[in-house]
Design a protein around this ligand. Structure first.
Ligand SMILES: [Cu+2]
Length: 202
């Protein structure tokens, strides 16, 4: 009887663990996202990472740049449509389709900005109807219009199949926490069952 009780609690605990893990991974997959590398244009030495995730309102775009040349300078940046980074680097840039919040350079040359683009999804931004790219521009100078691009990333699906990396939902718990909760529950349940068994069959 004692062994049966132990076995039952282990099975119960395992079932609980499986259900929680399945649930958490299912919720992570609901949020589609992509991570893109911005590479330097025109020997700028400026690079970075753009993270795009689906949110309730639309798409959240976060730029994390490094190698920015001058602290305190504001860099405008946009999603351009109808061309590629190669076009921009060849001096034939495509029009701005979605303005993003500017990146301000910090003392250490990093800079970041987050923009929520409303009423759009990551899949739509990556759709093949139009080529798109994210472009970060040099310092804006008075009377010179839009400055040249200094870092660029094409919004192109990484694989031929057109799938992107799946990112965990924003604000999601790290895996350690997700595992710790069911483990704590399991040991609690198992302990309770063992105590009961001991009480019933001394
Ligand atoms: Cu631009």
């Amino acid at each position: 009887m004692y062994r049966f009780g132990l076995l039952a609690s282990v099975i119960l605990g395992a079932a609980l663990l499986v259900s929680l893990v399945v649930e958490s991974s299912a919720s992570a997959q609901e949020s589609e996202g992509a991570k893109l590398q911005l590479t330097p244009s025109r020997d700028s030495g400026v690079s970075g990472i753009a993270t795009l995730t689906d949110s309730e309102k639309g798409v959240t775009v976060t730029l994390n740049m490094r190698g920015l040349p001058e602290a305190g300078v504001e860099h405008i940046n946009h999603i351009h449509g109808g061309g590629t980074c190669a076009d921009d680097r060849a001096g034939r840039t495509a029009p701005v389709t979605i303005p993003l919040n500017p990146v301000v350079a910090q003392e250490d040359g990093t800079g970041s900005a987050t923009t929520t683009i409303e009423d759009v999804t990551v899949s739509e931004l990556f759709s093949q109807d139009k080529e798109r790219f994210i472009l970060l521009h040099a310092k804006t100078k008075k009377g010179q219009g839009v400055p040249p691009g200094i870092a660029c990333a094409d919004l192109a699906p990484r694989s031929e199949g057109g799938s992107f990396d799946t990112l965990p939902a924003s604000g999601g718990s790290p895996p350690a926490v997700l595992l710790a909760v069911p483990l704590a529950l399991i040991s609690g349940v198992a302990g309770l069952l063992i105590l009961r068994r001991l009480g019933l069959c001394p």
